[in-house]
Design a protein around this ligand. Structure first.
Ligand code: NIG
Ligand code: FE
Length: 418
């Protein structure tokens, strides 16, 4: 008998998502590998085994029993696209959109990303940390056990480094995994509006090398879109990022298909995100290059878009789809991956099973953590949530409140409703 820290038993079902350890597409996105009458043995934050309850009881001696009380257990949600470090929220833009203004119009009129810059430049690290800490805690309450977090509201060397240091401190003090991305190419700061090339030079010659030197980010991201970075500018910045040893992710073809998806394929990006307007060629190029499509339906919902990314076409073309919140102060102030699943089903036609795969295993692939989490399997992290629901379809079906009752990260209980 092997001693373990605890055994989780009495779950209605354990939704393991066990399967091939690479991003899933096509039919595989509907295969959740559901286990009934099963239990999990956990030691040192790792799943030692998941099997039939009797087999687990015969083989492991737990220091503690955890009664799942007939809840459904699934992997913790992974949110592979967030912007949680900023000062003030921008609900004024929400009201402007209600009056019929578009995101691009608001940005061009001095709102948008640029309206978040000054306050971030002026804020000290501790204040930014405290704000982001509270925001990420709300994500945790909604079942998120890993996020990707970007800089991009400083747009100067000093303030971008400050944001990344805040993310580093969050990595240290928060109980979930946080993957860091440098996004100095989120916009052009006002002082470079008439000299874009000079800002690109700054990104290339100073900001990215310094971020690398201080080892503050794993990825470089860029907002490739008609009103921000065009394809040529994006290519130049991303080539340098690769040369410096960063991995690439992109905001691509959110509003207009300008070839962002194709560029993501050319650059070997890990993920291309948004893709609300992505073309057929873009879908094929991404599939062939192994880029994951991370879709952000919350953003298009919040922007009052009539159309959404073509998730079903992507899935049937063999392109793996992940989903994320895109939590940010402007276009999408969404904490909950559960609601991202609701929108994936209602607005993009995904099945609840596809949406769950997109929010867990494929999302883990989109931050290259699939060896550690995203599915519940032997030797992976004990990152799981308990949901007091009758079936998995209930997650997207029941929206507007939290279906998650308990959240475990590396075997530790990090949120409990009671
Ligand atoms: O993903 N697209 C760029 N970044 C955010 C918007 C950020 C903002 O408006 O502050 C996004 O939608
Ligand atoms: Fe974003």
């Amino acid at each position: 008998m092997q001693t373990v820290d605890y055994i989780v038993h009495n779950a209605k079902e354990i939704i393991t998502l066990k399967g091939d350890n690479k991003a899933r597409s096509g039919k595989a996105m509907n295969e959740l590998s559901i286990m009934k009458n099963s239990a999990m043995a956990i030691k040192d934050g790792i799943i030692i085994n998941i099997d039939n309850t009797d087999t687990i009881k015969q083989n492991y001696l737990p220091l503690q029993w955890i009664d799942a009380e007939n809840t459904i257990i699934c992997p913790g949600f992974v949110d592979p696209h967030t912007h949680p470090v900023f000062v003030h929220t921008r609900e004024n833009e929400f009201e402007m959109r209600l009056q019929g203004k578009s995101y691009v119009e608001i940005s061009k009129a001095g709102g948008g990303i640029l309206s978040s810059i000054n306050a971030v430049r002026e804020a000290d690290e501790d204040y930014l940390f405290e704000l982001a800490y509270n925001r990420i805690n709300r994500m945790i309450e909604c079942g998120t056990t890993a996020i990707e977090a970007k800089s991009g509201y400083g747009l100067s060397t000093e303030s971008e480094l400050k944001m990344l240091k805040v993310i580093k401190k969050l990595q240290e003090f928060m109980p979930i995994e946080i993957v860091s991305t440098f996004m100095g190419a989120h916009e052009f700061p006002l002082e470079y509006r008439n000299n874009r090339q000079a800002y690109i030079d700054l990104l290339i010659n100073e900001m990215m090398p310094e971020v690398k030197r201080q080892n503050l980010a794993e990825y470089v991201d860029i907002f490739t879109e008609a009103h921000v970075y065009n394809i040529e500018e994006s290519r130049k910045i991303l080539l340098k990022a690769k040369e410096l040893g960063f991995k690439i992710r992109m905001h691509a073809d959110e509003i207009e298909a300008i070839g962002g998806a194709e560029l993501a394929a050319e650059m070997g990006a890990v993920s291309a995100d948004h893709l609300g307007a992505c073309s057929d060629e873009g879908i094929k190029a991404m599939r062939d290059a192994g880029v994951i499509a991370t879709l952000l339906p919350g953003t298009l919902f919040s922007l009052r878009s009539k159309s959404y990314a073509r998730a079903k076409d992507m899935i049937s073309a063999g392109l793996p789809v992940a989903i994320a919140s895109d939590y940010n102060p402007g276009s999408c102030n969404l904490d909950s991956m559960q609601f991202a699943m609701t929108l994936s089903c209602l607005q993009m036609g995904m099945t609840p099973a596809e949406a769950l795969t997109a929010a867990t295993f494929n999302a883990a692939c989109a931050i290259e953590r699939q060896d550690f989490f995203g599915s519940l399997e032997k030797d992976k992290n004990a990152d799981f949530v308990m949901l007091d629901i009758p079936s998995i379809a209930f997650i997207p079906y029941h929206f507007g409140s939290n279906n998650v009752s308990k959240v475990y990260k590396l075997g530790e209980l990090i949120f409990s409703r009671d």
